[in-house]
Design a protein around this ligand. Structure first.
Ligand code: PXL
Length: 283
């Protein structure tokens, strides 16, 4: 069984970060080891949430794992709360990384042209540095712009995306995948670049006109799980994009609280079916 370490916060109620990564990766057949960076009462779309930072716990926890000789098939980082936690993530990559460990970074910090309230430009630069240590990074367009000093555009063409991918490649990751890329009306998806071979890949599906908290975490968790199941980059990101869109569609039928998160619990059986069908095709 593959063993994945995921490093991100735990927002106890509301669906994002670890409350998505853990059930999704477990359902996909992965042993999932968690390193919670902070405990929040709810995710940050609720008012008056509490936060307990866990920065001082991270290295003692990983030192214990080191003593036990633990090895991971993948390390997947999501929302990290501070500059110090980025430095710690780098140290964890150095301590547990290696040829047989896929490092997957979702540099969660911004969307729709803006940094989230907790972050500033200095944090974006540190995140860019962290991305240099990755095998795969999956920024959205906003995050890519902040990390590469590029002007953010709501309306863009393919040349803009190709330029962003080249700049992201300059950060040092082996594969860079831009998310939320729309190259024609009503479509959205991913545009990737394997920086070793220079090969691009693109996948566009139908855009669902709704925005839910935690969908980036769902997308990344599924992509990591699919890669660990042995799917190619193209197949893993296509399934992650399709599954995320399908889950948003299912959630739209639930009239309550659109900011709460998506009803991924209902769509896990469909995800497993999608994966099994893909795997059967490849046999
Ligand atoms: O879904 C990303 C995420 C995770 N955790 C916390 C967040 C966010 C995005 O805003 O605030 C605490």
């Amino acid at each position: 069984m593959k063993k994945i370490l995921t490093i991100q916060d735990i927002s106890c109620m509301g669906k994002c970060s670890l409350t998505i990564a853990l059930p999704i990766l477990s359902a996909m057949g992965m042993e999932t080891v968690i390193l919670p960076t902070a405990v929040l009462s709810t995710h940050t779309m609720f008012k008056n949430f509490t936060v307990k930072d866990l920065t001082d716990q991270l290295l003692p926890i990983t030192a214990h794992w080191k003593e036990l000789g633990v090895k991971f098939d993948a390390i997947y980082t999501g929302y990290l709360g501070s500059a110090e936690e980025i430095e710690i993530a780098k140290k964890i990559f150095a301590d547990f990384g290696g040829e047989d460990t896929l490092i997957f970074i979702d540099p969660v910090m911004a969307d729709n042209g803006k940094l989230y309230a907790a972050f500033d430009m200095a944090y974006a630069k540190l995140n860019a540095g962290l991305c240099g240590a990755a095998d795969i990074i999956v920024p959205n367009i906003t995050e890519a712009c902040f990390m590469t000093d590029t002007e953010y555009k709501e309306v863009y063409d393919e040349a803009y995306i190709l330029e962003l991918l080249d700049k992201l490649a300059g950060l040092g990751a082996k594969t860079v995948v831009l998310t939320g890329v729309s190259l024609s009306p009503g479509k959205t998806g991913v545009y990737g670049l394997d920086t070793v071979s220079g090969r691009h890949f693109i996948y566009q599906n139908d855009r669902v006109d709704a925005s839910y908290h935690g969908t980036g975490d769902l997308f990344s968790s599924v992509a990591v799980g699919a890669l660990m199941r042995g799917l190619s980059m193209e197949d893993a990101f296509r399934i992650a994009a399709d599954y995320t869109a399908d889950t948003i569609r299912v959630t739209l039928e639930d009239p309550k609280e659109p900011w709460y998160g998506v009803n991924f619990e209902e769509t896990i059986p469909a995800l497993l079916k999608m994966l099994e069908e893909e795997e059967k095709k490849q046999k």
